[in-house]
Design a protein around this ligand. Structure first.
Ligand SMILES: NC(=O)c1ccc[n+]([C@@H]2O[C@H](COP(=O)([O-])OP(=O)(O)OC[C@H]3O[C@@H](n4cnc5c(N)ncnc54)[C@H](OP(=O)(O)O)[C@@H]3O)[C@@H](O)[C@H]2O)c1
Length: 329
């Protein structure tokens, strides 16, 4: 199969390219070239911000094109200018209008589309618009809606923070947001990539939630401690205390991941994945993904102070929070 990945040089796109190469497919990655291309793939330099930025791909025909864009204008140009028998569009679970209801299927209410096709920042609405553009232009298209993508290459540290923190405790315990029954889910990047290549091979037509099984924050923390071999115990901190000390949910500077302190978002990680699993999505045990995330985190620098692109507390931030909580007690 000739497969084009629009992107293909970053986290998920790279994993898709690597999986397709192992299967013997001919893989082309098209991007601006800020990251290296996976070994064995062809690289074509493109600039999707330009009206005619896909010209280097003109005249090429592909069996499948995979697009990871979040900018509707980029997708509009791609379906206008490129030729493929099948499209795979990587969307997101953020397309749904509500997360105050559990276990939503793919036909749940979506956000409204964007009016400005050049705006990638209104993420969920941008992806809704991208989905419609791909489905409207292609005879067959797989629209994949992943939840949190985990494992090697998750440079947001959302999947890797707790394993890494247990491996590097700043005291006798590891601070985590109460309560441990908060629902969460993550999908290993390589499981998702493998299923996306399957979908391209089979020209699978439809829309699919793609997350790992729903579990709890408490279970993630338990497995994270086990993956690190740590003897530190979790300490569940009241969200009111976290807010009082400026600790943010989910990600960004001074944050604790895999938790959102907003009842309207409580069920965001509980989507129904029956459709994808019926079509062959297989996900590995969470313990294995967390161990892979730990290995990834161990191999990169860990000064989190002031880094808004990463989730978690720096050593100093965790120590300060513990001291403040103990001072207040
Ligand atoms: N991470 C998560 O937990 C999560 C959860 C749900 C859904 N998703 C979705 O999963 C996908 C993740 O894919 P990814 O990790 O491969 O994506 P990514 O990190 O967004 O990478 C974007 C790719 O597109 C290229 N690119 C960016 N701007 C470009 C431009 N103007 N012209 C040409 N190429 C450009 C980049 O390479 P250059 O910079 O070299 O151009 C890179 O290869 C995204 O669709 C995301 O929305 C992610």
């Amino acid at each position: 199969m000739r497969i084009l990945i629009l992107g293909g040089t970053a986290f998920l796109g790279r994993a898709i390219a690597s999986d397709a190469l192992v299967r013997g497919h001919s893989v082309t990655c098209a991007a601006r070239g800020t990251s290296p291309t996976p070994a064995g793939a062809a690289f074509v330099r493109i600039e999707r911000d330009d009206e005619r930025g896909l010209t280097p791909l003109a005249g090429e025909a592909f069996d499948a094109i995979v697009d990871v864009s979040r900018t509707p204008r980029h997708v509009e140009r791609a379906v206008r200018d490129l030729d493929a028998d099948h499209w795979v569009f990587v969307s997101t679970t953020n397309v749904y209008a509500r997360f105050d209801v559990p276990e939503q299927r793919e036909d749940a209410e979506l956000l409204d589309e964007l009016e400005d096709l050049d705006d990638p920042d209104d993420y969920g609405r941008a992806k809704v618009t991208c989905e419609r553009l791909v489905r409207g232009a292609s005879a067959t298209a797989t629209v994949v809606r992943p939840g949190l993508i985990a494992g090697p290459g998750d440079d947001t540290s959302r999947s890797g923070y707790y394993p890494w923190r247990f491996a590097h405790p700043t005291g006798h315990d590891v601070l985590a947001p109460a309560g441990p029954d908060f629902p969460t889910a993550m999908i290993d990047v390589d499981d998702l990539a493998a299923w996306i290549v399957d979908a391209a091979e089979r020209r699978l037509d439809g829309v699919f939630n793609a997350t790992g099984p729903t579990t709890t924050l408490g279970e993630v923390v338990r497995l994270a401690a086990a993956a690190s071999g740590s003897t530190a115990a979790p300490r569940w901190v009241d969200p009111a205390d976290l807010a009082a000390h400026g600790i943010a949910p989910w990600m960004g500077a001074r944050s604790l991941p895999l938790w959102i302190d907003d009842p309207d978002w409580r069920w965001f990680a509980t989507l129904d994945t029956t459709a994808a699993r019926t079509e062959g999505l297989v996900t590995r045990p969470l313990a294995e993904t967390l161990a892979r995330s730990l290995a990834y985190e161990a191999a990169r620098p860990h000064s989190l102070d002031g880094d808004a692109s990463r989730a978690g507390l720096s050593d100093g931030e965790e120590r300060d929070l513990r001291a403040a909580l103990e001072g207040a007690a």
